[in-house]
Design a protein around this ligand. Structure first.
Ligand code: SF4
Length: 701
């Protein structure tokens, strides 16, 4: 800015789950610039372009600055907060009176602080009587959550980022950290053990190019391939027998099951040679500290949960858990995906309790000082079921907070028709221009990262502080204050009188966490978090007494005790599921989707506002296709192609590259058009959409 700062403070970045510390330079308490924090245990002085540009995107013409009410012409009129919240309350209450309490639902996010998520979840379900609510974390982390819960007995990613530097063998499955988590990849590059790096991915991604072994498998042959690798590990005698005996159940069934996946047959299915399968099994079997990492290539699949558990099984049978450089490690996506998992009051009763458990409901009622009858006795619907409920007229009102389903939900034209069916749609967002806001009846203007306080929880379970370093524009309010105002207008302010500010909410969360594996009762408030560069859960009051300062790096299961009643982890297996939409003569190409560039984030709601970031990726949608396919349809690099699936059709620029295999193509998810093509299909256990396997036809224009 050219100004000289008069102070600095540190805050956690608000994009991805890495959770980098950023040093914010202030002048008269307002941010005028930032640099990566050098003393922060996560990023050690590094940041990716999104982090560097975090302040720039706050200042944009399409920030939501006033409440907006849809007028009869289909446009929006500015409104006062009083008018907006009266409308919000009148419309939602009248829908509930006519159609029942369950007819109004909410969709939240992994992008707001934990305190706001907890407040929203408590307000919506306990205060407003909503039964159904879910978050956009269903699109990214639901599979990992389900897999961990079933295998470990708790949703517990076991690792710490130091493990990237301490492994001697790393396996990345459906993960491209070079692009998706660039600072974590920098941590890999700091590893001094000359690690073996094995990548399982149908594309030759940037990470695959840097790997020592790339298993370029056919799309969705990952589960069979992981079972074949497991079989080789067992046959070659690399099982840690004492660990398996003492700390797992289901080993015999696992052995029987993987015996069905002989290496020769799986080599044919997967397109990975027998030699490559054996070489990977050898590297894993002989490694001293093996870590296995996965992201959306696994999670966003119709058999994602079982695939994640096949990864977990490998870590368990080789005893690669609870020690430095090990683990079966899901890397989360959004800055606060973990906060959503613990605090959103959607898939779990707030604080990882169970709606169905009377004791848990009693504990939550007591800690929140609310009537136990206000707590639902069942878990609400998942995101896809909420969308189906709208389609079937079971849900008539929807409150969407900091997410953009009209762009990001699978099978987009269907999703938009569904949103238009609603009697009343409220969108609460920092921008009034999102694809979803265009469908809204009411837009509530929200403050952004940097304009409010709270905590994010990163992939390695670290609670870190974000801080108010800028003023929200116009009349925009923090989500926390919007929830306070909603409570007042709804007539339940008294019920939420404890929720005075984010730190008060954090104290409530601490009490709710007591005696859970994610206990944080030992954290002494926000200042303590700030002093320590964030604190990983668990951090109990007993920990606080024993240690002067929290461990900087803390991994789970070092005692080999898991969270099932018998203290053991479960080795979970399943049959292979047929691909829901295989290619055929009419749609001969398999479309893969994923992150495109380091500088893009999700639906580009924020990153498109930075002129710097926009220069770092193509502004028009593009599709990666193999040179053989380009030749056969007569298309040169950069020329337009039409891409058609059974659900929609779009124009994109051809990027002709050998990094995808023939009859496969890749489109980044960041472009609005991409989900016109995707298939509405879900993992049956996690209800996560299967974004990465849609059959398409590609033609010259
Ligand atoms: Fe922010 Fe993630 Fe980039 Fe770090 S890697 S600066 S947390 S977007």
């Amino acid at each position: 800015s050219g100004l000289t700062p008069d102070a600095t403070t540190t805050a956690v970045c608000g994009y991805c789950s890495t959770g980098c510390g950023l040093r914010i330079h202030l002048r008269e308490d307002e941010a005028i610039g930032l640099t990566p924090e050098t003393n922060y245990p996560v990023n050690l002085g590094m940041a990716c372009p999104k982090g560097w540009e975090a302040l720039r995107v706050l200042d944009s013409d399409d920030r939501a600055t006033h409440p907006l009410i849809k007028n009869p012409n289909g446009g929006f009129s500015k409104a006062t907060w009083d008018d907006a919240l009266r409308l919000f309350t009148d419309r939602f209450k009248s829908i509930q009176a006519e159609h029942g309490k369950q007819s109004v639902a909410f969709l939240s996010t992994g992008q707001i602080p934990s305190e706001e998520m907890a407040f929203l979840g408590a307000l919506a379900k306990f205060g407003m009587g909503m039964v159904h609510g879910d978050g956009n974390t269903r699109q990214c982390m639901a599979t990992a959550v389900t897999a961990y819960k079933e295998s470990f007995g708790f949703d517990a990613p076991p690792y710490t980022y130091d493990d990237f530097e301490q492994s001697d063998c790393m396996v990345f499955v459906g993960a491209n950290p070079c692009i998706g988590h660039p600072i974590l990849w920098e941590r890999v590059l700091r590893n001094k053990n000359n690690p073996e790096i094995i990548v399982l991915d149908p594309r030759r991604t940037e990470t695959a190019m840097a790997a020592s072994q790339h298993l370029q498998l056919s799309p969705k042959s990952d589960l069979a391939l992981l079972y074949a690798i497991t079989g080789e590990i067992i046959r070659r005698g690399y099982v840690d027998d004492s660990f398996v005996q003492a700390s797992t159940t289901g080993f015999e069934q696992l052995c029987e099951h993987v015996a069905k996946f002989d290496t020769e047959s799986v080599a044919k299915i997967s397109g990975v040679s027998e030699e490559q399968i054996i070489k990977a099994a050898e590297a894993i079997g002989t490694g001293n500290a093996v870590s296995l990492w996965w992201t959306m290539g696994v999670n966003q699949s119709y058999e994602g949960t079982r695939t994640a558990q096949a990864i977990i099984n490998i870590a368990l049978i080789t005893g690669n858990i609870g020690r430095p450089g090990t683990g079966a490690n899901s890397i989360t996506g959004q800055c606060n995906a973990m906060g959503s998992r613990l605090w959103s009051n959607t898939t779990n009763l707030i604080g990882h309790h169970r709606f169905e458990d009377a004791d848990d409901r009693a504990k939550v009622a007591c800690e929140l000082d609310i009537d136990i009858e206000s707590i639902p006795t069942e878990t609400g619907w998942s995101y896809d079921r909420i969308m189906e409920g709208i389609q079937n007229d079971e849900i008539k009102g929807l409150w969407v907070i900091a997410t953009n389903p009209a762009h990001s939900w699978i099978h987009q034209s269907n999703a938009r028709e569904i949103l238009d069916k609603l009697d009343f749609l409220v969108v609460q967002d920092m921008y009034s221009s999102t694809e979803t806001a265009r469908h809204a009846d009411l837009v509530l203007p929200a403050a952004a990262w940097g304009e409010k306080e709270g905590t994010f929880i990163n992939s390695e379970r670290r609670y870190s502080l974000l801080k108010k370093v800028a003023k929200a524009p116009g009349e925009a309010l923090s989500d926390f204050n919007i929830f306070r105002a909603v409570a007042h207008y709804w007539g339940v302010a008294e019920m939420f009188s404890q929720w005075t500010d984010p730190e008060a909410a954090f104290r409530i969360m601490q009490r709710l966490s007591e005696d859970k594996p994610s206990d944080i009762t030992g954290i002494d408030g926000y200042e303590h978090l700030d002093d320590c560069g964030g604190i990983q859960w668990p951090w109990t009051s007993a920990d606080a007494k024993q240690w002067a300062k929290p461990y900087q790096q803390r991994r789970l299961f070092s005692d080999s005790v898991f969270h099932h009643d018998d203290g053991k982890a479960k080795l979970i297996i399943d049959d292979i599921t047929p691909m829901p939409e295989p290619t055929c003569d009419d749609y001969p190409t398999m479309l893969l989707t994923g992150r495109g560039a380091v500088s893009q984030w999700h639906t580009q709601t924020r990153t498109s506002k930075s002129p710097v970031l926009r220069k770092l990726y193509p502004n028009e949608p593009y599709i990666e296709i193999h040179p053989d396919d380009a030749r056969s349809i007569g298309v040169q690099n950069g020329e337009q192609v039409r891409v058609t699936s059974r659900r929609g059709s779009l124009i994109a620029n051809a990027m002709v590259v050998p990094t995808v295999k023939p009859k496969q193509a890749f489109m980044p998810m960041h472009y609005e058009a991409t989900n016109q093509l995707t298939l509405s299909h879900f993992d049956p256990h996690s209800r996560q959409p299967s974004y990465k396997n849609s059959a398409v036809r590609i033609e010259a224009v």
